[in-house]
Design a protein around this ligand. Structure first.
Ligand code: SAM
Length: 361
């Protein structure tokens, strides 16, 4: 366990996919309100980032308890902000940033200079690279950086513009381990589609280390609904799972060549296995509620133990749709006397969709 520093937090930043700032902010606001923390989503938020201001500022321990990155579908990273510097002198940004960092009265394991995941943000990344060395040196000289203390907070400097930066922290156990919350995954040579990266990211993000080891073992059995051309199937097969791939379309030869895959040209909405499988994954494009109920039904009937699947989001009321699907899943499981851990996340490799992980208790 890490000790949470005794400071007050005026606002929180949620990094998200561009176009989903409303959902990201509304989700944080709902979570805060449900725990009696008042505040509002800041109107002039940066693209690909939501800002939620507490009114009044809240102890860090309370923010960390109430806002958990894992529970938020639309946030890729959670940064607890302390200072917004919107008039950084172009010739000397380091001193005011280091000064703002010192006001946290804590030491950091690392400092990340970040931008929004947008074209404007990319244009600022050269500036970030240029400042990184000097800021690291300034913080180290002030005794604020202790790289060996892995349990210390990470300092985030989020550049909204070249003279405009937020200074905040993220805490161990409640953050994404990747800069900007974006996992850098290499496209595997034998995988037939880029959507293979979606499942790879889901397995990294929605399962912790222990779960990946114990719940995903060679020799286990999986079903992939809507499998063609086989990117998700390939991920499972490459981890030693036997996969039944359901799709009228073809599965790529490189996937069949793993020797771990049986391909059935059947309807994913009606096909069921003769005996239970360990995992159900599903990437069929259909109404989100229909997919949610289908997958929940597999688990409720004991036909699959765990599941990972995508929900394509509508154009409007996307947060409401996610909440509705969550409700439908819980309802179906409850009716069957079952419980499952439910995690929902819009992954970096997701577009207008979220990925859901269900782990049976
Ligand atoms: N996950 C796949 C991959 O990584 O290569 C990509 C899946 S693609 C987005 C969706 C697939 O769902 C299509 O191949 C489509 O044929 C299949 N599909 C749609 N409706 C289906 C149904 N009712 N039964 C089986 N497959 C279906």
């Amino acid at each position: 366990m890490h000790a949470v520093p005794n400071i007050r937090i005026p606002y929180v930043l949620g990094y998200c996919r561009a176009g989903f700032e409303g959902e990201c902010g509304a989700e944080i606001a709902a979570r805060a309100a449900a725990h009696g923390l008042s505040g509002h989503v800041a109107a002039a938020a940066q693209e690909a980032c939501a800002v939620f201001r507490f009114d009044p500022p809240v102890p860090l321990a309370a923010v960390d308890r109430v806002l958990r990155l894992r529970d938020l579908a639309f946030a890729r990273q959670l940064v607890f902000g302390a200072r917004h510097l919107d008039d950084l002198p172009a010739g000397n940004r380091i001193a005011p940033l280091a000064q703002a960092a010192a006001q946290f009265e804590m030491r950091f394991s690392e400092v990340l200079l970040e931008t929004a995941d947008t074209n404007e943000g990319k244009a600022l990344s050269t500036l970030c690279r240029r400042l990184a060395g000097r800021l690291n040196a300034a913080l180290a000289e002030a005794g604020l950086l202790v790289p060996e203390a892995g349990n210390a907070p990470t300092l985030h400097i989020f550049f909204a513009a070249s003279r405009d930066a937020h200074v905040g922290i993220s805490l161990p156990g409640n953050r994404s381990g990747w800069p900007m919350g974006i996992p850098r995954l290499r496209m595997p040579r034998d995988a037939p589609s880029r959507s293979t990266l979606k499942l790879a990211e889901a397995l990294l993000t929605l399962l912790d280390d222990d779960e990946r080891t114990t719940l995903l073992r060679p020799g286990m059995r999986a079903v992939d609904l809507g499998a063609a051309p086989g990117g998700w199937t390939w991920q499972l097969a490459s981890r030693g799972l036997h996969v039944t791939a359901i799709d009228n379309g073809s599965i790529a030869p490189s996937v069949m060549a793993t020797g771990m895959v049986e391909h059935l040209r059947s309807d994913g909405f009606t096909w069921r296995p003769r005996r239970p499988v360990d995992w159900l994954v599903c990437d069929m494009a259909a109404q989100p509620a229909r997919i949610a109920v289908l997958v929940a039904d597999w688990l409720a009937r004991g036909q699959a133990r765990h599941a990972l699947f995508n929900l394509k989001l509508p154009m409007k009321k996307r947060l409401e749709e996610v909440d509705r699907c969550r409700g439908l899943i819980e309802q179906r499981l409850h009716a069957a006397g079952q419980r499952a851990i439910l995690r929902i996340k819009q992954l970096y490799h997701d577009r207008e969709e979220v990925t859901v992980c269900m782990l049976r208790d």
